[in-house]
Design a protein around this ligand. Structure first.
Ligand code: GLN
Length: 489
């Protein structure tokens, strides 16, 4: 049962081959057994999950279930879920129990899915390795002592070790795609505005986007159906007609299902910066795409080299503003001893935030301050526009862009923790996609020294359905995504 796709789980539930309570218990039992060495979950609430599972069973019995009814899903602890402790990986929110559901949680609730637990993450989603979490690092299921990627590292580790059938994540600069690559999963960041950010704790609001982390593109499509949709509570949510993201997956079209597809290969993705082992796997995957009928064209994204620099101005600027709300007054950590109001603010924030969050707040405040705004923030915004223009130009020449997701496979815990710039460079291939607001997906494309690598697919705005289909065709022709780590029986 733990190897079932979401589609097959849905069928097993619908035919009563298994109940939601049994399926939830099966995963809770696996979590109890394996989570201590992974640290993938921050919060488990068996009674709450099982109550939801019983409700799902009743719904299934009445014939009113949908494809996700009764399936337990793990949620990144950045999503507010009613009655659940919601920490965002921070001491600041270690005592916060959410009084309401995020739009994403409500979407799954409406679909009848069960909340299996809240997963570990980098503090306020700032990181690429899950090492900035107040709750400690997560181990990569493929190799203990290696990072699972970040910031959605707990979600990725949970799904890879089969401690959840699927999970949610968020991606501000790569935090769904990069852990997907490092844990052999499929993870999608949709077009900015497709999934509501309501109730998703804000890091950098113009970049943050929620998406699915699962074992296949077909599973991701099913999850995106529950997550996407217009929401008037998020002013950046896009009011577009509802889509069925699964709709292209069922069609069959012979052994060249992608004939006519033009894949753009940007020079900037295939130059320096990527480990030769990962590059070899990416190139082999692209060769596989040619066999499926696609053709490749050389393209260029000339401003892409500025994306990390621009991101590390814009994201901290927005974070410094978003995190101003954590002042010890309304919710979250409050220092126990202080002299006056200002002292209470500063002690609460000094105690509640970790080092990386403080670094971002300092950078963000600096680049927004009078006298530096024009030199840093405004320049970064201009670069952002140039990057978006590069992609617009590229999509006149191709249908989809491909390249590596992460420049390396999983690195060792602690290896980059002391050098923030090294850590920031983990995202060289993912960040431009967020700056432009485009959809991107990472899919497994092989192993180097026993560790998985990811192929990244980037599409034009609102091409999620097609991207998922392009990923799915590769997964029909390959078996990388079916591999699972040893030691989690
Ligand atoms: N690694 C990037 C950062 O630290 C991106 C994180 C994310 O996507 N949430 O900001």
């Amino acid at each position: 049962m733990i190897e079932h796709s979401l589609h097959d789980l849905g069928r097993a539930l619908a035919t009563r081959e298994i109940s939601s309570v049994e399926l939830t218990q099966l995963h809770l039992e696996r979590i109890a057994r394996h989570n201590p060495r992974l640290n993938a979950y921050i919060t488990i609430d068996e009674a709450r999950s099982l109550a939801q599972a019983r409700a799902a069973d009743a719904r299934l019995a009445s014939g009113k279930g949908g494809p996700l009814t009764g399936i337990p899903i793990a949620h990144k602890d950045i999503f507010c879920a009613k009655g659940w402790r919601t920490t965002c990986g921070s001491k600041m929110l270690s005592n916060f129990v959410s009084p309401y559901d995020a739009a994403v949680i409500a979407g799954f609730e409406a679909a009848g899915a069960v909340v299996l637990g809240k997963t570990n993450m980098d503090e306020f989603a700032m990181g690429s390795s899950n090492e900035t979490s107040f709750y400690g690092p997560v181990n990569n299921p493929w190799r203990a002592g290696c990072v699972p990627g970040g910031s959605s590292g707990g979600s990725a580790a949970a799904v890879a070790a089969r401690l959840a059938p699927a999970a949610t994540g968020t991606d501000t600069g790569g935090s769904i795609r990069q852990p997907a690559a490092l844990c052999n999963l499929t993870g999608m960041k949709p077009t900015y505005g497709v999934v509501s950010r309501y109730g998703m704790i804000a890091f950098a609001s113009s970049l943050d986007q929620a998406g699915p982390l699962a074992r296949s593109a077909a599973d991701c499509a099913l999850l995106l159906n529950a997550m996407a949709g217009f929401d008037e509570r998020d002013s950046t949510s896009l009011n577009r007609p509802a889509e069925d993201y699964c709709r292209e997956l069922a069609t069959t079209s012979g052994d060249k299902p992608l004939s006519g597809l033009k894949i753009g290969l940007p020079a900037e993705f295939f130059g320096e910066g990527c480990s030769p082992e990962v590059m070899a796997l990416v190139e082999a995957a692209i060769a596989e795409y040619r066999k499926l009928g696609a053709e490749t064209v050389a393209i260029s994204l000339p401003s892409m080299k500025l994306s990390v620099a621009a991101y590390y101005v814009i994201a901290p600027a927005e974070a410094s503003s978003n995190l101003a709300r954590f002042d010890g007054v309304r919710y979250g950590h409050r220092a126990s001893q202080y002299q006056d109001l200002n002292d209470m603010y500063s002690k609460s924030r000094a105690e509640g935030f970790g080092a990386e969050v403080k670094r971002r707040i300092l950078i963000g405040t600096y680049v927004l301050s009078h006298g530096y705004y024009d030199a840093y923030y405004l320049q970064a915004q201009r670069i952002r526009r140039l990057i978006a223009n590069d992609f617009a130009e590229a999509f006149r020449q191709c249908d989809v862009i491909m390249g590596p997701t992460s420049p390396s496979t999983a690195f060792k815990l602690g290896e980059k923790a002391a050098d923030p710039v090294q850590m920031y460079l983990s995202d060289i291939y993912t960040i431009a996609v967020n700056l432009a607001g485009l959809p991107g997906i990472s899919i497994p494309c092989g192993f180097s020294g026993g560790l998985p690598a990811g192929l990244q697919l980037i599409g034009d705005y609102f091409t999620e359905t097609r991207l998922l289909n392009i990923a799915h065709r590769y997964q029909q022709a390959s078996a990388w995504h079916l591999q699972r780590p040893d030691g989690f029986d």
